[in-house]
Design a protein around this ligand. Structure first.
Ligand SMILES: [Zn+2]
Length: 322
């Protein structure tokens, strides 16, 4: 039996899976993304996650036929490098991630853009299966999208799908990318946390950071936002309302441009907040849709938060053929 590994490198977590040829998950491991150090520290944590997922699948890393990586930043699969992955520590420059992992683990490594591979996973194995055109929107630390047109991923000149940096308010809030008024400035979990900290400094009350401390975390994870919402935390509600408005305007604008058959919503927050919030985004899109008599369905990612890692394993299947 041929086993492959897929690993999703996120701003908050590293998720590894080991799958069989039918993409059934035989082993998995999730580790927090290092917040200090540099790319080599991140690569070490990734290797550890793959070793542990392989152990659960009763395999040695060297027995894997290939390893696929879904990474943020500018990805070059030819050279195996990842450049300026800004949500990761000390990763402003270029780093040979494929080589580093191959040196540590053995098998060939393929690298793809994190949201492109997660969208491919939903298109081939998840909620997007019935459609030939699809927008996958991933709502997490940042906000990204993958585009499938006529059954093929559309990556433009390598930077398509940056839905998080579509402008929803001219001269609006500062985005982590340095520009203003982007979707992500309102809806990215990173920007939402920055805003929450500002409001606390101004004397506003919230349970968000108390929940964070109680859970021994250093950041406001999706689980913490979800918990605060359940407890009717006013600040959390307000910031999530704002996120939904921005996301909905961005997704609706993308639909106006591409007229895809369906939109799949994933990412840490998208998956964690689930159907009630999916419905709210779908409703909030309506006023912005040009063809509002036939909105495309907004579907939850079926592969949940393993989608990115499974998508990376799909990429690894190409590695086998190399
Ligand atoms: Zn931006």
């Amino acid at each position: 039996m041929k086993l492959r590994a897929g690993i999703d490198l996120g701003g908050t977590k590293i998720q590894a899976v080991v799958v069989d040829e039918q993409y059934a998950v035989l082993g998995q491991q999730r580790l927090p993304t290092p917040t200090k150090g540099g790319p080599q520290d991140v690569a070490d944590a990734m290797a550890e996650a793959i070793r542990s997922a392989a152990t659960e699948a009763e395999a040695e890393p060297a027995e894997l036929s290939s390893i696929g990586v879904g990474s943020p930043g500018d990805v070059d699969d030819e050279t195996g490098t990842v450049t300026s992955a800004r949500n990761l520590p000390g990763w402003e420059g270029s780093f040979g991630l494929a080589g580093a992992l191959q040196d540590e683990l053995g098998p060939a490594v393929r690298i793809g853009n994190d949201v492109t591979v997660a969208t491919a996973a939903e298109a081939e194995l998840g909620a997007g299966q019935p459609y030939s055109s699809l927008l996958g929107v991933f709502w997490g630390t940042g906000v990204g999208a993958g585009i499938v047109l006529d059954g093929k991923p559309w990556t433009g000149r390598d930077a398509a799908g940056e839905i998080g940096h579509m402008v929803v308010k001219i001269g609006g809030a500062k985005c982590p990318c340095g520009r203003h008024g982007c979707v992500e400035a309102y809806a990215g979990r990173g920007a939402m946390e920055t805003r929450a900290r500002e409001l606390v400094r101004k004397g506003e009350e919230t349970n968000l950071f108390k929940i964070m401390e109680k859970r021994g975390r250093e950041r406001l994870t999706s689980g913490i936002w979800a918990r605060a919402l359940v407890r009717h935390d006013r600040m959390a509600q307000r910031l999530v309302d704002r996120a939904i408005e921005a996301l909905a305007a961005g997704i609706a604008s993308a639909v106006n441009l591409l007229d895809v058959e369906a939109v799949v919503l994933g990412g840490g927050l998208g998956v964690r907040l689930g159907d009630p919030y999916r419905q709210r985004i779908e409703q909030a899109m309506l006023p912005h849709l040009f063809a509002d008599d036939r909105p495309p369905p907004l579907l939850l990612a079926q592969l949940g938060d393993l989608g990115g890692a499974i998508g990376a394993a799909l990429l690894a299947a190409d590695g086998d053929r190399r």
